[in-house]
Ligand binder design. Structure first.
Ligand code: HEC
Length: 178
């Protein structure tokens, strides 16, 4: 009894499968809206709310217990993934109503100027985001081998990645360090 019903249902499904519904004219005219990823936060919000507190916690970490190392590991993964977020195109640098956490210094690009430069030099921006992710992955390796010296060194690589990107896309006119 059950088998017959199943067979009948299968036959119906087959019949339905043989007659694909033609695309409606409206679907042909308007392509569906693109799916993820869609930027929702500004770059400044990601820096202030996610990247700064997380990288600070990594730089200050002095893990001892297994739990310390496990907690640190999640922070490092968050930086690695934050690099992916920076790679989502068309992210606004600052949204209306948002403020810079620290006032712009002389020679700093304004958020609008930064946004224009990022758009114009997108592959370079992506390369800097990749450098940040590489730093995070080196840090992950140090964490997984519980190597405190390697942790400090890889933390330095993360810091370098921040600096390199900022030098090009935030304060390109800053005087070179003496
Ligand atoms: C791929 C590029 C890139 C990387 C990597 C990057 N940043 Fe940024 N960061 C930016 C841009 C762009 C701005 C906005 C510049 C502006 O105000 O016009 C910014 C701004 C900031 C600000 C200023 C926030 C404010 O409100 O004034 C801080 C702080 C900051 N980043 C910290 C970091 C730290 C810490 C790291 C590394 C762990 C990092 N950033 C890595 C691109 C980057």
């Amino acid at each position: 009894m059950r088998t017959t019903r199943l067979l009948a249902a299968g036959a119906l499904a087959l019949l339905a499968g043989c007659q694909p519904s033609p695309p409606t004219s409206s679907a042909a005219a308007a392509p569906p809206p693109p799916l993820l990823p869609k930027p929702q936060a500004s770059t400044i919000a990601l820096m202030t709310g996610v990247i700064v507190p997380t990288s600070d916690a990594i730089w200050q970490a002095m893990p001892v217990s297994d739990k310390d190392w496990a907690d640190l590991r999640y922070k490092v993964l968050l930086i690695a993934e934050a690099a992916n977020l920076l790679a989502v195109p068309d992210r606004p640098t600052l949204l209306p109503g948002e403020k810079l956490a620290s006032p712009a210094g002389p020679g700093d690009l304004t958020p609008d100027q930064s946004a224009a430069k990022i758009k114009a030099e997108w592959p370079t921006y992506l390369a800097y985001a990749q450098t940040l992710q590489n730093g995070a992955m080196a840090t992950l390796k140090a964490v997984d081998s519980k190597d405190a010296d390697a942790l400090v060194e890889a933390g330095g690589a993360i810091y370098e990645a921040c600096e390199q990107c900022h030098k090009r896309f935030w304060y390109p006119n800053a005087p070179a360090a003496p």
